[in-house]
Design a protein around this ligand. Structure first.
Ligand code: 13P
Length: 247
């Protein structure tokens, strides 16, 4: 598989923000958007019914690893598909930290997505103290180990990885293009040990303070295939210009 087969990918993560007025604005402004990237908006689940995606897709910010049943408050892959989602973010650091999600649970969620034809956008990334201690590869490597133990090569090939250094999320401190490339290359090399073909085709997104003015240099890195955008995905104009930077 050639590197060109990695179509650029930009996903917005609205987190716990937005309203139906913002959904309507996105329907309007993103309608028929021209970009070489696959574009996804991951809004709060209760807003998804308002989207009329044209030129973009919608996704959730989490999903259950369980099938439909007695799981109060959870959303299954069947339910998110019913709502029109083809994508689900799993393992965002905010959920790993605030909801205590382990790498094993994240892997089960990713596996459940793939089995239902939903593409999981699987987040990995280190906190500042790990970076300062020079342990990024060991830390991210352990997060990846859990994926490789749970998912087959074929299943992994139907996922997207997002590298989001926690110290860069919502802080305005973007990783430099070199810092991002270094970890993305590590991630691709990690997967190449599992399967070279898998690694060559796997899309790896960068997330953490991506803005219209830094997106292009980040996305120009050889192993950066697009971005997972937080704050800047709440402004249609900014999000559109980031999508266009992925061309
Ligand atoms: P920011 O773009 O606001 O830093 O958030 C990144 C993120 O967490 C996307 O999932």
């Amino acid at each position: 598989m050639s590197e060109n087969l990695r179509k650029p990918f930009v996903a917005g993560n609205w987190k716990m923000n937005g309203n139906l007025a913002l959904v309507a604005e996105f329907n309007d402004k993103l309608s028929g958007i021209k970009s070489n990237a696959d574009i996804v908006v991951c809004a709060p689940s209760l807003l998804l019914h308002g989207f009329k995606p044209n030129g973009f897709s919608i996704g959730t910010q989490d999903v259950s690893h369980c099938d439909n049943g007695a799981h109060t408050g959870e959303l299954s892959v069947d339910l998110i598909k019913e709502a029109g989602c083809q994508f689900a973010i799993v393992g965002h650091s905010e959920r790993r930290d605030n909801q205590g999600e382990s790498s094993e649970l994240v892997a089960l969620k990713a596996k459940k997505c793939v089995s239902a034809g939903v593409v999981p956008i699987i987040c990995v990334g280190e906190p500042l103290e790990v970076r300062e201690a020079n342990n990024v590869e060991a830390f991210v490597g352990e997060q990846l180990d859990a994926l490789v133990s749970e998912l087959s090569v074929e299943a992994l090939s139907k996922t997207i990885i997002a590298y989001e250094p926690i110290w860069a999320i919502g802080t305005g401190k973007t990783a430099s293009p070199e810092q991002a490339q270094e970890v993305h290359e590590f991630i691709r090399t990690y997967f190449a040990k599992v399967s070279v073909e898998l690694a060559q085709g796997l899309r790896i997104l960068y997330g953490g303070s991506v803005k219209p003015d830094n997106a292009e240099t980040l996305f120009a890195q050889p192993d950066v295939d697009g971005g997972l955008i937080g704050g800047a995905s709440l402004k249609a104009e900014d999000f559109i210009s980031i999508c266009q930077a992925a061309n």
